[in-house]
Ligand binder design. Structure first.
Ligand code: G3I
Length: 336
């Protein structure tokens, strides 16, 4: 401005305020809105980068920080994928979620080949957690420390290499090691099929209560929320489950929300999908303990659903061409 005159040229130079993305709307509600991301398109695909940057306030590496990706050999750690996502997050003011330190899946062959005794299992798992959580110390807002440890029937812990070699205490040990490696990160237990009130969510509630009673550092429970459009959801039961977890003194994170649609894909199903996204968001907004609302991706172009379920797809909020779907607008409305 010269002598109080603002030349038109200056207006032209001013950055046009981009329309607020879902991340911005969510932050006005003190809600973290994030999405899972894949390394390759995040590094190489402009449309994907743009959608992730504008809509997601937090990033979860869908695969880059799993055991098989980050610790491919006993003496080799490969942080390249996780670091690429961390760098993108830093450039775009986004938070990073660690996923996942201990899981029965995504284990490289060397682990099952070399882990036979309890001592070997403790040594391998501790080394893994200390190195991976240590590498990202201070950089992640939360870790999914243990993923899917409770069996689907809710009758106990699923059989897994860690459970079978170390014993049930592997869970408490994992949380203690993760806290030792990064005392800043919120440490979560993450699972699926336990959103409402059922035997599995009862078992998870009991597990979390036991860890809290023993002063094990656990701060959050992740409800994955891999939903299907035609499955009737008991919303009051989900609210009740969120409330009872909050009463234990932990945060509730929606960690992997997607709502798959059964073929043939129709507009009517897409609108019913939007209704589900909207109602799950309302549940989270109504629970003070629900601080995080993450989708398992952003675009149907990169979704595990169509790779996994042949008759299902279109589970996310942008279509394969990054065009917002009714579900996108239902979240936008719910956040405004
Ligand atoms: O990247 C390789 C590629 O180089 C190779 O050619 C191809 C051939 O099989 O495999 C590719 O890796 C695949 C990876 O996804 C990336 O697409 C793995 O085989 C495949 O097993 C892996 O599946 C992932 C799955 O977890 C198992 O780790 C899905 O992408 C991922 O969306 C899914 O996510 C899980 C969460 O971590 C936990 N909650 C459930 C959720 C859905 O299963």
């Amino acid at each position: 401005m010269f002598g109080g005159v603002i030349s038109l040229a200056m207006f032209a130079a001013l950055p046009v305020q981009a329309s607020a993305g879902l991340r911005d709307l969510a932050s006005t509600k003190n809600l973290r809105f994030g999405c899972a991301v894949e390394v390759r398109p995040l590094m190489l695909e402009a449309e994907y980068q743009s959608a992730v940057a504008s809509e997601c306030g937090a990033l979860t590496p869908a695969n880059a920080l799993k055991f098989d990706a980050v610790h491919p050999e006993s003496n080799i750690y490969d942080f390249s994928g996780g670091d690429s996502i961390l760098n993108f997050a830093r450039q775009h003011g986004q938070e990073l979620r660690g996923h996942t330190l201990v899981w029965h899946q995504a284990l490289p062959r060397w682990v099952s080949r070399s882990v036979k005794t309890r001592d070997q299992a403790v040594a391998v798992l501790r080394d893994h957690i200390m190195n991976v959580a240590g590498h990202y110390r201070g950089e992640v807002y939360a870790w999914d420390v243990v993923n899917e440890a409770v069996n689907d029937e809710g009758t106990g812990l699923r059989s897994s290499l860690w459970r079978n070699t170390i014993g049930p205490e592997y869970i408490a040990l994992a949380f203690q090691w993760a806290h030792e490696a990064d005392s800043n990160a919120k440490l979560c237990y993450n699972d699926y099929g336990a959103e409402g009130m059922n035997q599995k969510s009862d078992a998870i509630y009991a597990l979390v209560k036991d860890l809290k009673d023993k002063n094990i550092p656990i701060h959050c429970v992740g409800l994955q929320m891999h939903l299907s459009q035609e499955e009737a959801l008991d919303y009051p039961a989900i609210a009740q489950n969120m409330q009872r977890l909050a009463a234990l003194g932990v945060e509730v994170h929606v960690t992997e929300l997607d709502v798959r649609i059964q073929k043939p894909f129709t507009d009517q199903k897409r609108h019913l999908q939007a209704e589900i996204y909207s109602r799950v968001l309302s549940l989270c907004l109504q629970q003070p303990s629900c601080t995080t609302f993450n989708l398992w991706g952003i675009t149907d172009k990169y979704s595990w659903v169509s790779r996994t379920f042949k008759k299902w797809g279109e589970a996310l909020i942008l279509d394969r061409n990054f065009v917002p779907k009714p579900a996108y607008y239902s979240l936008q409305t719910g956040l405004q």
